[in-house]
Design a protein around this ligand. Structure first.
Ligand code: ADP
Ligand code: MG
Length: 696
């Protein structure tokens, strides 16, 4: 392994490189753009472009690309070389400020939810200077946002950036109430723990379902699952260790602070957690990390599966979205602090979150909605589809004391809000509730619903918007009392009323239990088990109001996003269903029939020589019945898919996919898995679960 501090960020045009390479005044102008959102003048842009180009060429780049995150869910790039003709038939390497700042990919094939007529298919990419450029595989990557010419957002990053601005504005005002007059910028931060599976490429290549859909659509449960918990934090097998070491090196070179690596609960499941950073950089880095994870795996003869539920019956993968807010003078706003005033501020922010998550629980659910994640939420060890918050016993007791106007007592300290400093919280992980979708973990919240393949821009954009709304409401209520003797009392009054009304969102019990579903219902908390159930609420009036208020989405943009999400949902299930039909007809059914044939031949031969063929006959009979059922199921599924495709409107269509197509897929799988359990491995045409998850 090379010296980590030397290779770290070697392919990133970061602050350090900028400072050393850009003329002082250019650097200053540029930083003003980054921190205050000032517009970049063309002269500065030209100089920056030229400097980036020189640096990128030194790093081996011949091309540049505007890198963006369209609504497809992956990243997009189109490469142009720096090359330009020189008069003598030679070439020079050229890169202008204009090319850095703006790009015009022919973007007609990206989903826009009807925002952009394909005939006038013009979208443009605009440089996001708050995220770093980097060099990878011979190209300079320029992080950009993607907009239509009429200014509508066509990507995942723009709403996030807008929400970060809104949060900064509202939080700065809010903090002033608590005497924090010097803070000029508040940034949301994120550390996304990334879960993934690794399987052997040779196995993967034999599974059309994994290749086309990222998850196994068939497969009987292996005799051993995760019940022994012997994989979690287990020592790393050599191939996995080699992969992780390689991955770390590649991530570090790209300036990603990959920090933690370990085996996860399910067999073949692992995790990578980076050190947190700003939400926009964290989002870009997570997208990049997923790409690198997949590529490095191939070098090791492995395939990295980022799907939320690649294997039924074992844990799925998520992306724990650790979220907080940091001020430009270095405070973490979810850190309880040491003084009564800091505590008061912390508790007020906490109550803003409690109120926000309760009022906008539907948005949090929507932020994690996808066909893949639906298989995970509420299954095995994933958080349930019901949004609730976990605060831990001690903090909960503090809030109870506020709500009930009593004092909070520990063995050593009596705590009264505004007078004493809060007793310190155990930040120990043993205290954590792993079943909660939104858990306080000492100095941040961990939102655990997000799916492993999801882009984290959306959950963070929605969270930022919700918090902006609550902080601005609080500011409005408390501003008249700023600096007065009555301020603390007003805060107490506010917190008390918020807690009374929104305490229902706090749940410290077992989120996986059936009782919780009942209890949540009694509390009136929304429960949207599937994407189809939650998506229509995106455009609910209360949601539309805050998106408009903070300029995150227009009504059109929101409708378009709902449509794209539901379309993707329907298409995903359609592809899965068709893959199942194809695998059944081309592989599973022929294999079954062939084996039945073998059995029948054996029966005939055995009859001739007069020995018992009891087993063969029984097996042939049972398999024939199952083959008939599988055959019928494939035909039925085909009819269901075709019916679904004929439905014109997207909501009823996705509903049909959910209610009818998915249901038939499940029936089909049950039949096929039963056949798999009877068939000898020598005749089963695809690798089974044991081979896939216990083989690396
Ligand atoms: P665990 O698995 O025990 O929850 P990890 O160490 O795997 O913990 O992941 C915790 C994640 O939370 C890391 O990515 C870490 O950088 C991130 N984190 C820590 N502090 C903050 C913060 N203030 N804001 C956002 N993320 C944070
Ligand atoms: Mg972790």
């Amino acid at each position: 392994m090379k010296n980590v501090t030397e290779i770290f960020s070697e392919n990133v045009f970061n602050d350090e490189v900028m400072k050393s390479r850009l003329p002082k005044n250019v650097y200053k102008n540029f930083m003003n753009t980054v921190t205050n959102g000032d517009t970049l003048d063309m002269t500065t842009a030209d100089i920056v472009a030229n400097t980036i180009k020189e640096w990128a060429i030194e790093k081996g780049a011949t091309h540049y690309t505007h890198w963006f995150q369209p609504l497809t869910g992956s990243t997009a790039e189109k490469h142009d070389s720096f090359i330009a003709p020189a008069p003598n038939g030679m070439a020079i390497m050229e890169f202008s400020g204009k090319a850095l700042v703006k790009g015009e990919p022919d973007a007609s094939s990206f989903p826009s939810g009807g925002l952009r007529q394909t005939s006038s298919a013009r979208g443009y990419t605009a440089w996001d200077p708050t995220s770093y450029c980097f060099v990878k595989e011979g190209s300079l990557y320029i992080p950009t946002v993607f907009l239509s010419y009429t200014g509508e957002t066509l990507d995942k990053k723009t709403p996030l950036l807008r929400s970060m601005d809104a949060l900064s504005r509202t939080a700065v005002e809010f903090l002033k109430l608590f005497g924090n007059e010097k803070v000029t910028r508040v940034t949301s931060t994120v550390g996304a723990e990334q879960e993934y599976f690794l399987i052997d490429k040779k196995m993967y290549d034999q599974r059309e379902d994994l290749i086309l859909t990222g998850r196994t659509l068939f497969g009987a449960k292996p005799p051993k699952g995760q019940e022994l918990d012997d994989q979690y934090f287990a020592n790393l097998r050599p191939r996995i260790a080699a992969y992780m070491a390689d991955l770390d090196e590649e991530l570090w070179k790209l300036g990603i602070y990959s920090k933690t690596k370990h085996n996860e609960v399910a067999p073949a499941q692992h995790e990578m957690a980076p050190i947190f950073t700003t939400s926009n950089l964290g989002t870009d880095q997570n997208e990049l990390a997923m790409e690198v994870m997949e590529k490095v795996a191939l070098k090791h003869g492995l395939v990295c599966l980022l799907h939320e539920k690649p294997f039924e019956g074992v844990n799925g993968s998520g992306k724990h979205n650790n979220w907080s807010m940091a001020t430009n003078d270095g405070q973490n706003l979810l850190d309880p602090g040491d003084t009564p005033m800091e505590n008061l501020q912390f508790l007020t922010i906490l109550c803003a979150l409690i109120k926000g998550i309760d009022e906008y629980a539907d948005l949090m659910r929507i932020s994690a909605a996808s066909a893949g994640n639906d298989h995970r939420l509420g299954a095995d060890e994933a958080p349930p589809a019901i949004v609730s918050m976990f605060l831990g016993e001690e903090l909960d007791a503090v809030l109870k004391a506020i709500e009930e106007d009593t004092v909070f007592k520990t063995e050593t300290q009596t705590f009264e809000i505004g007078v004493n400093a809060l007793p310190s919280f155990p930040k120990d992980s043993t205290d954590r509730n792993r079943t909660s979708p939104f858990a306080f973990t000492g100095n941040r919240f961990e939102f655990r619903m997000v799916g492993s393949s999801d882009n984290i821009a959306c959950p963070n954009a929605l969270l930022n918007t919700i918090v902006s709304e609550e902080l601005s409401q609080f500011t409005e209520i408390l501003a008249p009392f700023k600096g007065t003797d009555g301020f603390e009392n007003e805060v107490k009054k506010l917190l008390k009323s918020v807690l009374k009304k929104h305490r229902r969102i706090i749940f410290n019990g077992d989120g996986y239990s059936l009782e919780w579903i009942q209890e949540a219902k009694r509390r009136g908390l929304p429960n949207y088990p599937s994407t189809v159930d939650c998506m229509p609420h995106y455009t609910d009036e209360k949601n539309m109001r805050i998106f408009k208020k903070f300029g995150i989405y227009t009504e059109n943009e929101l409708k378009a996003r709902t449509e794209v999400l539901l379309e993707t949902y329907s298409k995903t299930i359609r592809i899965e269903a068709r893959t199942m039909i194809e695998m059944t007809r081309k592989q599973l059914l022929p294999a079954t029939l062939e084996y039945i044939h073998c059995l029948c031949e054996a029966v005939a031969v055995k009859k001739q020589i007069g020995i018992s063929s009891f087993t063969e006959e029984k097996m042939a009979e049972r398999l024939s019945d199952l083959a008939d059922a599988l055959y019928d199921s494939a035909n039925n599924l085909e009819i269901q898919v075709n019916t679904a495709c004929e439905i014109g409107d997207i909501l009823p269509q996705s509903r049909y996919f959910h209610d009818n197509v998915l249901a038939e897929m499940e029936r089909m799988r049950t039949t096929s898995d039963t056949i798999e359990r009877i068939m000898p491995s020598s005749h089963w045409p695809i690798p089974d679960y044991s081979q896939m998850i216990y083989n690396v």
